[in-house]
Design a protein around this ligand. Structure first.
Ligand code: FAD
Length: 387
């Protein structure tokens, strides 16, 4: 067992950290307060190659291994999770779906633009009436000659209002349950295709989350991604990688909470000492530090399994549920260490605390991850799965 990162992996991590500290850290508080999407940060991120992290080199991508990608995701979320979730939906969901299952023509048409950050991507599975039970979706695509007519809507879609490209799932054979769902790639500007107003959210204020609306959109048959009726099966594979990235996102948030706690407790004084000198608070720091490290190890293990081409579904779910709960605990303890200062928006811990919660919900809730893990441990066949 080798715990050492390669030189390339360390270089990717350092590059992501430097970029996030130089570009994101100085301005993100302003975007978060204004609930504003940071377009220029995403343009700048595109120049680093990280918006093409999982894209093959022949399509202009960086073709990173999953361990490198997880390290980059962690470092960016360590500085800000709004930029982090934007990058996650773009890379792990939209772009990766096309890279894994798109035709040669679709890859050539979309991947170079997505990889350079010339276009942002969104990915729509969840609907107002179906989240955990994703196969219960009702968006419908009906074949008419050389195109499909798409009707319905998607809920809670990251980047919905800022993406140029979206991969969305719809029912193509209602009689066949999850074997009657297909994926389509849509472009902004298609008639009948629109995004709703951004939701006002608990956290991730500088990310865009909205509905996607399909009002008799004529989608060319050439925009079917992967085989007809295989959309749900392919989605499960996309989600596996997405969960590794969401776990890395949670590790970054947890590490950020720890970083903030350390800074604060070394400077704040009470009873003639710094907070860092109190045993009770040292215990909290020991717990956070240990749990962050454990979450990182589980995440990198899942990433390494993907790199080795080995089954990673359960490992991804284990990493995701553990890391997201560590992120919540770490943020809560780090805020406690700040006392009243943690409750006001002047200190980053307030934003970190709000942002952490999403990692327990998005990409499959903690309850759904536990279902996936338990079924694997018990040897049960998985009939349904969820985002
Ligand atoms: C900020 C944000 C960004 C998102 N981005 C995207 C995106 O880009 N693309 C996308 O497709 N979706 C996205 N989502 C949607 C997200 O994946 C869903 O919210 C999530 O899967 C949960 O679905 P739901 O909200 O419908 O909750 P529900 O499925 O209604 O679940 C409600 C509660 O019931 C529990 N529950 C449900 N079924 C079971 C069960 N069988 N056993 C035990 N408990 C159960 C859940 O764990 C949860 O606690 C995003 C959501 C948010 C908040």
């Amino acid at each position: 067992m080798d715990f050492e990162l390669t030189r390339e992996q360390r270089a990717v991590r350092a590059m992501a950290r430097e970029w996030a500290l130089a570009e994101v850290a100085p301005v993100i508080h302003r975007y978060d307060e204004a609930h504003e999407f940071p377009h220029e940060l995403l343009q700048s991120l595109g120049k680093t190659g990280l918006l093409g992290a999982l894209v093959p080199e022949e399509y202009g991508g960086a073709a990173l291994d999953y361990v490198s990608y997880a390290l980059a995701v962690e470092e960016i979320n360590r500085v800000d999770a709004s930029v982090g979730i934007t990058m996650w939906a773009h890379n792990s969901l939209c772009t990766n779906h096309i890279a894994l299952f798109g035709s040669k023509e679709q890859k050539a048409a979309y991947l170079p633009r997505l990889a350079r950050g010339k276009a942002l991507g969104a990915w729509g599975l969840t609907e107002p009436g179906s989240g955990s039970d994703a196969a219960a979706m009702t968006s419908r695509a009906i074949r008419e000659g050389d195109h499909f007519v798409l009707n319905g809507s998607k809920a809670f879609i990251t980047n919905a209002g800022v993406a140029e490209v979206a991969v969305v799932m719809a029912v193509t054979d209602p009689a066949s349950g999850n074997k009657g769902i297909s994926a389509f790639v849509l472009e902004r500007g298609m008639q009948g295709f629109s995004a709703g107003r951004p939701y006002r959210k608990l956290g991730l204020h500088a990310s865009n989350t909205a509905e996607l609306i399909f009002d008799s959109v004529a989608v060319p048959a050439a925009n079917l991604v992967g085989e007809l009726h295989r959309g749900f099966v392919n989605t499960m594979q996309v989600l596996e990688g997405g969960r590794v990235a969401m776990a890395a996102m949670a590790v970054g948030i947890a590490q950020a909470a720890l970083d903030q706690a350390l800074v604060y407790m070394k400077q704040r004084r009470a009873f003639g000492k710094t907070l860092a000198e109190f045993n009770g608070l040292q215990g909290m720091i020991a717990d956070i530090g240990t749990e962050v490290e454990a979450a990182r190890l589980l995440t990198l293990r899942a990433a390494a399994l993907k790199d080795a081409g080995r089954p990673a579904k359960t490992a991804a779910s284990m990493a995701k549920v553990f890391a997201s709960e560590v992120a919540m605990k770490a943020a809560s303890k780090a805020l406690q260490i700040h006392g009243g200062a943690g409750y006001i928006t002047e200190f980053p811990i307030e934003r970190i605390f709000r942002d952490a919660k999403l990692t327990e919900i998005g990409e499959g809730t903690s309850e759904i991850q536990r279902m996936v893990i338990a079924r694997d441990i018990l040897g049960f066949h998985q009939e349904r799965a969820s985002p």
